[in-house]
Design a protein around this ligand. Structure first.
Ligand code: NIG
Ligand code: FE
Length: 397
């Protein structure tokens, strides 16, 4: 969509958090010109001579930079109800259910997949998300993954949120030679870059791709001009976090079982740690030490939803923030930063995740007057209004 021409004043903000200076309490305002933040501050200090512009009345609500969700798998068809119910009865998640989603996704029409993904993005925007990374991964063979990538490009053109596309090497299909599959995926990466992918991700874990297979794919991705990121240390601690560091990945994600050595390697290489607590909860992983291990090593943290049908059926960054505080041990401020600036760092985007002058005019008006209430009020509707590029894009006001 055209994100460039929004002209807007957001008034009567009870508390404004920009991450570019201290929060402003009282009646604050944000001025957005041509889709970018032009001014923020106390409303009484609004520059003279601003022409009449469309207005959003924040009604005393708290305003944060829009949420940046750096990890989703939201192009899928079908569901995984039986697997979820079995997990409640004690069965362990091992990634086996991915194949069922692949069958349903491959069988679905383009229009059906696009409609489903579009609805999920609409739910995300209503929850305050303004930038979202979207992975392929439910096609498996290269042609099927490239088809999904084409749908991500179509999605990007019709949703208000900013979309970053990722080609995901998810698992090896049954009955296929592993080395041949890795070679075929590597061979498809130039086409993925041409089809609009910014990133290549590999599920490097027990039951998915090995460290050696992942290294082949990371080298091919770099040669194709793609940025790289990894699914790492989710089901087993394999050394994937250190591999991400060795290859200069922008992020390593999940990290439930990351060890201090992996965390230190990430910190030294500037790899952002993307935490996905809704996946830990839904898989009943019970591993809640990752944030402490990563923070002790000095890793920059981000939060995502991991939105997918198997391990994290969730379109809500506020819910991820609640789990990050209550189960991973982040403070409210750390969770807000991880959900905004952290996601932007994971996607290497300089102009989202904060509301400094020149940033994109992407913000969320909370249905609460302080960000701590966003975290404390469990199960509540989090956002009154979402603004993307200076255009009201979601919410109920
Ligand atoms: O991020 N871990 C691998 N991939 C997804 C889940 C995929 C699925 O089970 O459908 C995840 O958790
Ligand atoms: Fe994931």
């Amino acid at each position: 969509m055209n994100h460039a021409d929004g002209e807007l004043i957001v008034r009567r903000i009870g508390r404004l958090v920009t991450h570019a200076g201290r929060p402003v309490n009282g009646s604050a305002a944000v001025l957005i010109r041509s889709g970018r933040v032009a001014w923020t501050g106390a409303e009484r200090d609004l520059p003279a001579g601003v022409p009449a512009l469309p207005e959003v009345d924040a009604g005393g609500g708290c305003v944060l930079p829009g949420f940046v969700d750096p990890h989703t798998h939201l192009v899928w068809a079908g569901g995984r109800r039986d697997e979820f119910v079995a997990r409640l009865a004690g069965e362990r998640y091992d990634g086996g259910g991915i194949r069922g989603t692949v069958a349903a996704t491959v069988a679905a029409s383009d229009a059906e997949l696009l409609g489903l993904a579009r609805g999920r993005v609409a739910a995300m925007v209503a929850n305050g998300t303004t930038t979202v990374e979207v992975k392929t991964g439910y096609g498996l063979d290269p042609a099927a993954e490239l088809r999904l990538l084409g749908l991500v490009a179509e999605l990007a053109a019709v949703v208000p949120a900013r979309v970053q596309a990722t080609f995901l090497a998810h698992v090896v299909p049954d009955g296929v030679d592993r080395a041949a599959h890795v070679a075929a995926l590597a061979g498809a990466l130039p086409a993925a870059a041409a089809a609009g992918a910014s990133w290549c991700d590999v599920f490097c874990d027990r039951g998915a791709f090995s460290l050696a297979e992942t290294a082949v794919l990371l080298r091919a991705a770099a040669a194709a001009g793609l940025g790289t990121r990894l699914h790492a240390e989710q089901l087993a601690c394999t050394g994937a976090a250190a591999l991400a560091a060795e290859h200069g990945c922008a992020s390593a994600d999940h990290l439930d079982l990351v060890d201090p050595a992996g965390a230190r390697a990430m910190a030294a290489a500037g790899v952002v740690g993307v935490l996905l607590p809704t996946a830990t909860l839904s898989t009943r992983g019970h591993a809640w030490d990752a944030a402490r291990t990563l923070r002790a090593a000095g890793v920059t943290l981000a939060l995502g939803t991991d939105c997918n049908p198997g391990t994290s059926w969730c379109e809500s960054m506020p819910y991820a923030m609640q789990l990050a505080c209550l189960l991973l041990g982040l403070s409210v401020d750390q969770a807000v930063r991880a959900a905004t600036a952290g996601g932007a760092a994971a996607l290497r985007l300089a102009d989202v995740g904060h509301l400094g002058v020149g940033a994109r005019g992407d913000l969320v008006v909370l249905a609460a007057d302080h960000e701590a209430d966003l975290v404390a009020h469990l199960g509540a509707r989090p956002a009154r209004r979402t603004v993307i590029g200076g255009e009201p894009a979601g919410g109920v006001a």
